[in-house]
Every structure is written in C-alpha cells, then in structure tokens.
Design a protein around this ligand. Structure first.
Ligand code: TYD
Ligand code: MG
Length: 472
C-alpha cells in the first residue's frame, strides 16, 4: 500500500527533478564535494559531515565584460594614508599599523571571549574620529546593541547599527550610503535567500564571504567578519574562508582570566608575529601597554618551580612566568599536563634533563603552566622550562631577580636565541638583575646597566649557576 506521505515526497522530488536542479554533497568541515552521500568524508576523514546542497545554475545571460587596464606597479601611490588608524594601538599593531583600505578581515574566537565587544569599540573609536561606521548584527537586536554601546561609552552619531542577516539587504545598505568601515557579526548568521542550505553551512559562508570580498575590493571599505570557532579551534565553516580573506585574527584568552590576546594568524599587509594584549573590564576592553608588568604582578614571593623568561611576541619582548611542578605519581603512567607551552618541547626537555643531568623524572608526574593564559611557542623558553622543572624537582627556588633565555639542543647544549639584547633590556626594565644567556649570544650583546649577564654553554652549567650554593 502506498502511504500518503510517500506519495507527497515522490511528488516533491519529481518537482525538483523537473526543474533540473543539481545536488551535490558538501563536507561541512573541509568543503570537499562528492556526488553521493557518504558516512565519512573522503578528503578530511570527518564522520557525518556531508550535507546535500543545491547547485545554483548560471543564469545563462551574456554579461558585459569591462576589463580594467593593467598599470605599472611603480605608478601606484602606496602612501601610509591608505591605512586607517583606529587609535587603539594594540589593535593597529596586530594589523601591521592600521586597517588597510578595502581589506577583508576575519576575527575568530571562542563564544563569549569578547569579539563583539572589541569590534564595537573599534568602530566607536573610528566613529569618534568622524568616520561613518556600520555595525551589522545577526545575533543581537538593535536595542541590545545600543545597550552594550551605552555600557561601553560607544555612543556616536557616526556609528550606525542594524540587525540584519539577509546578504542582499546588507549589500544594498552599503550601496545606498557611504561608510568608512563595517562589521558583520557574525558571518555564520548571514544568508543568501537563493542558496537553499541553512545559514552557517559551507555554501552560505562561502557565498557570503565572496560577496563581502567583492564589496571590500570594489568600494575600498574595510570589512570585518566575526567568525565562530568550532570545538577543535578552527573557524567554523570551511578553511576556504581563511584563504579568501586578507587577514585572519584570533581573539583568545582564558575566560577565567581578564587578559585577552589578539593574534594575527594570517596577514597580507603585515607580520603575523604581533600580538595585542587587552583586559576585559566592566566597561569593556582596555589596552595593556605594558604586559610584562601585568603578567608578573602576582609574583611577590618566589617558590620552587617558578621561573621568568623573556619571550618575543613580534617585535616586543614580554616577560612571562613559567611554572613547573614535579611530584610523585599515584598511577602507573605518570601524567604530563602542559598548559600554554608546546607539549612536544616539554617532552624533549624532560628527556634531555633525564639523560644529561641524571634527574630521574620519567616516573614522576609533570605539570607545566604559563601564568596569565599566555601561550609560548618559542624555543627560547626551553631554558626556563628546564629551570622550572629542576627547581621543583630539587625543591630549590630560582632567585627572584634572575631570568633565563636559551634554546636547548638534544646534547644538552644551550643555543643562541634571536633578539637577545631586547629581551635583556626588558628584563632589566622590570627589575631583574641577573640573566642567563647562551654563551654563543655573548658576542653580540652590549652591557645593560644593573644587569649581570651569565653565559652558559650547557644545561649543566645553567643548573650550577642557579642552584649551587643553595642549602639542601
Ligand atoms: P562578547 O563581546 O559578547 O563576546 P563574543 O562576541 O566573542 O561572543 O563578550 C561577552 C563577554 O564579555 C561576557 O561574558 C561578559 C564580558 N563583558 C565584560 O566583562 N564587560 C563588558 O563591558 C562587556 C560588554 C562584556
Ligand atoms: Mg558576539
């Protein structure tokens, strides 16, 4: 017996077929296409990520071709005035010195980290400098946005807000009126009515990003796209979005801390090493011009396991505290818990310490943490990691005014690091009086007032300088 709903489905399907619509299956995590549904994506290996989506056929109309005239590269005026300064120094620096006209900037981060707050504040400062700015929100109503604006003191006659998710409607807003900058919060909520899939799907995100890209390039308006981050840490939607935009910024931080770090992971107009440090306060985000002072502010007494190193974040040295704890294990397999550092580097350093210093660490639990929710990926922190672990293992503190920099090689040698002079200067500014540096870096170093520079060639030498002479 044919049931009514089957008949209905059959008729619906036949209607689809009549229109000669084509369907494909699109992976929601990597963007790969397959003609048939599969449980596992053949490209990225993701399970249950393929979703059926309609292909929009080309209209078939002949389009007028107006090709631009190529010009010599030297004839283009590239004055710095093409960058829009927001006045928020931490933000401008991450972008390489301001917002480049016509750039498409993606800003990603965990929910609730402060992306909307940051973008509203950026537009508010631009608006205060008489730039016309547009904030398009698909997540909050106009009332909610203006409430947030009041709290942040972001009121201005040149800052316009609108709650809209329809792509065509957003595009027509910009065609009608001129704006100097705009924010789309978030790209996952924008949808194109002609694309059958739901907002946030690969096709929708790709279509919307492409349209905004075109808008930015043709009008010269810088456009910020706010993007959500998936559980694994990538910006939700396919990675193609990261390829399409000019700049990808990540806003990160530990929600239990007030610090937030803005990091560029891709930048067509500047370096990707720079970071901007902010604090989340009751009245929004405020800049932290001297991060070293903040990261070391709780360091009144020094206990075994705590060490300070000078880490380069772009062109800026920042002092951070690294903590290590070595304790006897309660389980068969000792734990290795590492926060804010590279897990593999810590494992390598543990192996070198075991072999070259004869410290029996393999049967002990090891915990490592960087204070303030900061992440350090530089090898120059190796010596500090080893010192923190040794200090905890020996139960002897490292002197409060001693800092260390150096990369550790597999033979236990201490290798040179970049920008040693700048790192030492920053340490001296923060009241440190002794610095352990790789002996190969000594040649390029000049004296820093009030700082004793100790050169070390091997990990063993460093341990002697730090712990010899301390009572057991
Ligand atoms: P929000 O910008 O909404 O985050 P996102 O857009 O990344 O999801 O920020 C939300 C968090 O920020 C919220 O948990 C509260 C905090 N916050 C403050 O502490 N002070 C403030 O002035 C504002 C606006 C938010
Ligand atoms: Mg938000």
């Amino acid at each position: 017996m044919v049931c009514f709903s089957d008949l209905l489905n059959f008729n619906l399907r036949r209607d689809f077929l009549k229109k000669k619509d084509k369907f494909i299956f699109l992976c929601q995590s990597c963007g790969a296409q397959t003609p048939k549904w599969m449980g596992k994506c053949p490209a990225c290996g993701g399970w249950d990520t393929l979703v059926e989506e309609k292909i929009i056929a080309a209209s078939g109309k002949a389009r007028p071709i107006t090709s631009p005239k190529p010009v010599p590269i030297n004839s283009v005026d590239v004055a710095e005035s093409h960058r829009l300064q927001t006045g928020i120094t931490e933000f401008d620096r991450v972008l390489g010195g301001g917002i480049v006209d016509g750039s498409l900037i993606l800003i990603g981060g965990d929910p609730g980290i402060g992306k909307s707050t940051l973008m509203l504040q950026v537009l508010a400062t631009l608006a205060q400098a008489n730039k016309r700015c547009l904030y398009v929100s698909g997540e909050e109503s106009v009332l909610q946005l203006s409430m947030r604006g009041k709290r942040l003191d972001s009121g201005s006659d040149s800052l316009f807000i609108v709650a809209e998710t329809d792509l065509d409607s957003i595009l027509s807003m910009v065609e009608k009126e001129h704006y100097d900058a705009m924010v789309i919060d978030s790209i996952q909520t924008v949808f194109h009515p002609e694309v059958s899939s739901t907002p946030g799907s690969v096709t929708q995100i790709r279509e919307a990003s492409m349209q905004f890209m075109r808008l930015a390039k043709t009008t010269g308006i810088p456009i910020f796209l706010v993007g959500h981050v998936t559980k694994v840490g990538a910006i939700a939607g396919p990675r193609i979005m990261e390829h399409m935009v000019d700049t990808v910024l990540y806003f990160e931080g530990d929600k239990s801390h007030i610090f937030r770090i803005l990091r560029a992971v891709k930048n067509r107009f500047g370096s990707t090493n720079e970071i901007g440090v902010f604090e989340m306060r009751e009245k929004g985000l405020s800049q932290v011009p001297n991060p070293s002072a903040i990261f070391l502010s709780d360091r009144s007494t020094v206990a075994p396991g705590s060490v300070v190193t000078s880490s380069m974040e772009g062109t800026r040295p920042i002092l951070v505290e690294i903590q290590g704890l070595v304790s006897s294990t309660g389980m068969g397999n000792p734990r290795r818990t590492v926060l804010g550092l590279d897990h593999n580097r810590v494992a390598l350093i543990l192996a070198v310490m075991e072999k070259r210093l004869g410290m029996n660490l393999s049967g002990l639990d090891v915990f490592m943490n960087v204070i303030g929710g900061v992440r350090i990926v530089e090898p120059s922190a190796d010596l500090a990691i080893a010192a923190a672990l040794a200090s905890s293992f020996l139960d002897k503190p490292v002197h409060k005014e001693t800092t260390l920099i150096g990369e550790i090689g597999l033979t236990g040698e201490i290798r040179a690091v970049s920008h040693a002079q700048a790192r030492i200067k920053e340490a001296s500014k923060m009241g440190f009086t002794t610095c352990l540096v790789p002996s190969s870096a000594m040649k390029q170093l000049s004296k820093v007032k009030g700082m004793t520079i100790e050169s070390v060639s091997f990990l063993k030498d460093a341990m002697e300088v730090l712990f010899d002479g301390q009572e057991d």
